[in-house]
Design a protein around this ligand. Sequence first.
Ligand code: SIN
Ligand code: MN
Length: 208
Amino acid sequence: MSKAPSVPEGLGFFPGYLDRREQERLVETIRSVVASAPLYTPEMPRTGKPMSVRMTNCGALGWVTDRDGGYRYQKTHPRTGAPWPPIPERLLGIWRDVSGDEQLPEACLVNFYDDDARMGLHQDKDEQNLVAPVVSISLGDACLFRIGGTERKDPTKSFRLESGDIVVLGGASRLRFHGVDRIYPSTSTLLKNGGRINLTLRRVGLNT
Ligand code: SIN
Ligand code: MN
């Protein structure tokens, strides 16, 4: 499949990677993750300002942020104190297919965007391992995804991510700035109540 002209060179982009049935199965899987590790509203470091995206995780480690502790990985859910549920096999299969990495991810961040949620431009660099790729899966409503270079001032490009699309930030693209400008409400029927789910699989430690 040819890439949209606005997708920057060197970015791993797999449009329509998951068909509708696979997307539905994945949503069921994520529902069971959320049943044991509920979505919560994270806070920005220092200011404590709530993020518009709600989050949870699965895996040995989960990415969290709050006013006092800032961005970090930890083994337990910040609200329930329970260990995160394991990464479902279905997601590990996707990682094996698209990451090109020998080892498995320890973390899967689950982001839920309602109609008004967005995510500012940032780099994924809280991992010790900055070589292994980050695999990002989109489900539900479409979004406008923005990606730049490895410096904040670098020019950016925006393109639309649809349900079932996968983006891989790997190689020279691993540390590119990226974010979500907006959600396009009611563009997918996958989630009964609308919204967008994004799953990012990451390797955190240097070795597992
Ligand atoms: C993220 O960078 O954590 C999320 C990206 C996305 O929602 O597509
Ligand atoms: Mn990110």
